[in-house]
Design a protein around this ligand. Structure first.
Ligand code: AMP
Ligand code: ZN
Length: 416
């Protein structure tokens, strides 16, 4: 099935300007040249910057009139990456997310409160339709507004939550202030993902709430959530191999590495019409787990993501590149070139502090001008990178200077 679907995917890819050129360079003119899954190795790797270069339509393989939705990725410099979906694509994604939910033992009797952001970001809409298809009652609450979230949980007897791990911890810390008690709620499970977290954090959240937490992995380039998910055994995430071909590579050489070695996850879409993506470098480091799962599913499992191959930061579930912050910062008049970023945990949430040097003539004693500049910077970063930083202004020369490669990011979040 994978081979058949791979051929179809290559056929579709050849309809896009981007891959027609790429595949021709690799000596591949037709899907007939793919004789076995091993031939995948002949195909070039695709990176996030390739997708960005192809923006907006370089990877579109169908007529625009057949497209019914698009999503863009969070956290890229300047140009986003866009993924188009046909009706078939949405249907296939919905099947995958329904499958994830059923694999955790949830079903028609459950009430699903979806606390991920709805919109261009795939977190919200991604599991929404799968949960409906699996027959759960869906509350599309979206992210934020903790008081309202708790009220919904209580009044509608929510049993399953979908959120980032940091938001789950945040809600727990706010329970008393918001005037709620855990024993008034009916929570049983949570699907947590969108950002890395450790096994310890999983156990901590399970104990705090008295629920089961299932790890949920996905990325917008591969649709979004629903790429890999834990089943009731909570031992690695089944990666849906009828929809994605999976291989691990050594990030430095790009060569395939043994399954039980840590490597960068590289994925090929097998069932997407509108935007076929071949050998996509996810930047996520994991291993493929050996052996079968007691649940009986034959889709292989990946281990918890242990890191990234690039400098992408994930702050409260939002992807951010330091270079992106730099670009946004440098566009603000009055900002000088030296800056530093600090990330810390404040309560359960991530906080980004942007320290930046500004032109000396701004330090005139007029504090309101400095305040306006701080707000301006915070807003510029919020609108471009979706995260609102705390801004500190410094006089020229006040921040450390680096002669070699600048170390601009200090991540003080605890590593468990
Ligand atoms: P996005 O494309 O905005 O959905 O972001 C996708 C990225 O979020 C992935 O490439 C991962 O780096 C990260 N991510 C998503 N889910 C998880 C998870 N369960 N564990 C660790 N990282 C995750
Ligand atoms: Zn299983």
């Amino acid at each position: 099935m994978q081979l058949q679907r791979l051929r179809r995917t290559v056929e579709r890819a050849l309809l896009t300007p981007f891959y027609r050129r790429r595949l021709a360079q690799a000596g591949l003119k037709s899907s007939e040249d793919i004789l076995s899954l091993d031939d995948l190795r002949r195909l070039p790797l695709t990176t996030k910057s390739d997708l960005r270069e192809a923006y907006p339509d370089g990877l579109l393989a169908v007529d625009k009139s057949d497209v019914v939705r698009l999503h863009t990725s969070s956290g890229t410099t300047g140009t986003p990456t866009v993924i188009y979906h046909t009706r078939h694509d949405l249907d296939s994604w919905t099947e995958l997310t329904a499958r994830c939910i059923l694999a955790t033992g949830a079903g028609r009797a459950d009430v699903f409160q979806n606390m991920m952001t709805y919109g261009l970001f795939t977190g919200g809409l991604g599991l929404h339709y799968g949960a409906e298809r699996a027959g759960l009652l869906v509350i599309p609450s979206g992210a934020g507004n903790t008081g309202r979230q708790l009220r919904l949980m209580k009044d509608f007897r929510t049993t399953v939550l979908h959120a980032t791990p940091s938001y789950m911890l945040h809600i727990h810390a706010r329970l008393p202030e918001e005037g709620f008690r855990l024993d008034e709620l009916n929570l049983k499970k949570a699907y947590l993902g969108g950002e890395p977290y450790s096994e310890n954090t999983r156990r901590k959240i399970e104990t705090l709430y008295g629920i089961r937490v299932y790890n949920s992995y996905g990325l917008s380039e591969m649709n979004g959530p629903g790429v890999a998910f834990e089943c009731i055994h909570q031992d690695g995430m089944h990666i849906w191999e009828d929809a994605y071909h999976v291989v691990l590579i050594a990030p430095d050489t790009g060569r395939a590495c043994a399954d039980d070695h840590e490597g960068e996850l590289v994925m090929t879409t097998l069932d997407r019409e509108a935007t076929p993506v071949l050998r996509y470098r996810t930047g996520d480091i994991t291993t493929l787990l050996p052996g079968g799962c007691p649940c009986g599913r034959t889709h292989r499992r990946i281990a918890r993501i242990t890191g990234r191959t690039d400098d992408m930061l994930i702050l409260n579930g939002v992807n951010v590149y330091p270079s992106q912050i730099e670009q946004l910062l440098m566009r603000v008049p009055g900002v000088a070139t030296n800056y530093a970023l600090t990330i810390e945990k404040v309560g359960a949430l991530d906080r980004l502090t942007v320290k930046t040097e500004v032109d000396r003539q701004l330090f005139t004693g007029d504090l309101s001008a400095l305040d306006r500049l701080k707000t301006h910077i915070a807003e510029a970063i919020k609108s471009g990178a979706l995260i609102r930083p705390v801004v500190e202004l410094h006089e020229p020369g006040a921040l450390p200077v680096f002669e070699m490669k600048a170390k601009r990011v200090t991540d003080l979040r605890p590593k468990e």
